[in-house]
Design a protein around this ligand. Structure first.
Ligand SMILES: [Ca+2]
Length: 294
């Protein structure tokens, strides 16, 4: 069975989202996953146009959602300007569907369970969880997730020591509150890949001249021979494989918590619906495994 996946991305300053998006596009084209749609949860003027241009170049046509309520985090987008010189189906943020409507429409309309992947902020996911019945479904967001979402995969947190902070859970007040709410109330399992996993693994090196992912890596300011830190592409690969052990990780099960006030995250190992992954292999293993998929 091809697994249904909806991806959320901040698609703002850092180029690791672009590397991850290539993996999702390739997996969708191969039929490994069915990419139902993509939500953008940072808010820059070129958000939708640049993602639409990327998807057009990848020959992928999926709906794009946009969190209009998101507080703008990135004021110096580095790769989107060049991307926007390529043809795109959508040309401005107003043409994208509102985030919660996109999630609810896609989840309600899916015949098979949906998995939700997030490589950006969490406020739109919390808004989905809190959402009321609408024209797409008579169920609340909680009920919709409980019945039709199998699992969440988040690049979020820093789990090697207690009380640490990570950008996706602390970048704005909304994502701190959203992350805390999601971790506390989500009725289905959540797998977390923390900052410490991707921090030493460079992904996306040595792509061909003119490749849009390579250009994003260059525009961000990284060495195109090496690529960029693997936070988002490692989470993308993990979610596409769909099994933590098969993707090369050990797991710690329990309950993750986030302080909405301080942004510090904590993990209590033991019973619970959450887990975070720990690398079982040397860094080069993940580079060698993910690079051919780009
Ligand atoms: Ca990201």
């Amino acid at each position: 069975m091809t697994r249904n996946i909806i991806v959320g991305t901040d698609w703002s300053s850092d180029c690791d989202d672009v590397v991850a998006m290539r993996l999702f596009c390739r997996a969708h084209q191969k039929g490994t996953i069915r990419l139902l749609g993509i939500n953008i949860d940072d808010n820059i003027p070129m958000s939708v146009r640049s993602l639409s241009a990327f998807l057009t170049a990848e020959k992928i046509d999926v709906p794009i959602g946009f969190d209009r309520k998101a507080k703008r985090v990135c004021f110096h987008p580095r790769y989107q300007e060049r991307m926007c010189t390529s043809p795109s189906k959508l040309t401005n943020n107003n043409q994208a569907e509102e985030s919660v409507a996109l999630y609810r429409r896609l989840i309600a309309g899916a015949e098979e369970p949906v998995e939700i992947v997030e490589i950006g902020y969490t406020q739109a996911l919390a808004a989905l969880l809190k959402s009321s019945p609408d024209r797409y479904s008579p169920l609340t967001g909680y009920e919709l997730i409980q019945r039709k979402v199998k699992k969440f995969w988040l690049m979020a947190g820093k789990w090697d020591l207690p009380g640490q902070k990570e950008h996706n859970l602390t970048g704005t007040r909304a994502t701190r509150r959203g992350g805390a709410y999601l971790l506390k109330h989500c009725p289905v399992p959540i797998t977390l890949l923390g900052w410490e996993v991707g921090n030493t693994v460079l992904i996306g090196g040595n792509l061909p001249e003119g490749d849009m992912v390579r250009n994003a890596i260059i525009d961000y300011g990284c060495d195109p021979a090496l690529g960029r830190d693997g936070w988002d592409p490692m989470l993308a690969h993990l979610a596409i494989v769909g099994d933590e052990k098969e993707a090369g990780y050990d797991v710690v099960k329990g309950k993750a918590r986030l302080s909405a006030l301080t942004g510090k995250n904590y993990f209590v190992a033991g019973p619970g619906n959450h887990l975070y992954v720990v690398k079982r292999m040397p860094d080069q293993y993940y580079i060698d495994r993910i690079t051919p998929l780009l």
